[in-house]
Each structure stands twice: as C-alpha cells, then as structure tokens.
Design a protein around this ligand. Structure first.
Ligand code: FES
Length: 67
C-alpha cells in the first residue's frame, strides 16, 4: 500500500513500489527509487518534485493528522 508522508516544512514523500507520476497530458515522469518527494511549497524549479528549495523559501508547515 502506498504511503504519503508529510515532511515538516518540506515535501510530501510518496513511498510505493508502483507509484507513477503523470503530467496533465498523461505522460509519465521518469522516477527512480521506491520513494519520491513531491513539492508542496511551490518554490521548486523541478515541479512536481521537490528540489530542496523549500529551505531557501522559508516554507513552514508542520501539519499533523487530527487525533
Ligand atoms: S517542498 Fe521542497 S521545493 Fe517545495
């Protein structure tokens, strides 16, 4: 089962053996490894993937699931 982990002040980490990321036209991105990082700050130059720009952008979000 895929797992999406919300990183504090950072990306969404998607872990799965079968995840595929497709663009608006249905074309697949080449991805490597069982875990990919998706940008949720909007600052990445490599959207939809995180490139670490959230640090320089000062992105802050410490989302937690409700109990
Ligand atoms: S979350 Fe890392 S660049 Fe946006």
């Amino acid at each position: 089962m895929p797992e999406i982990k919300v990183r504090p002040n950072g990306p969404l980490l998607v872990s799965s053996d079968t995840v595929t990321v497709v663009d608006k036209d249905g074309k697949s991105y080449a991805t490597t490894g069982p875990t990919i990082a998706l940008c949720r700050c909007g600052a990445s130059a490599n959207k939809p993937f995180c490139d670490g720009a959230h640090n320089a952008a000062g992105f802050t979000d410490d989302a937690t699931a409700p109990e």
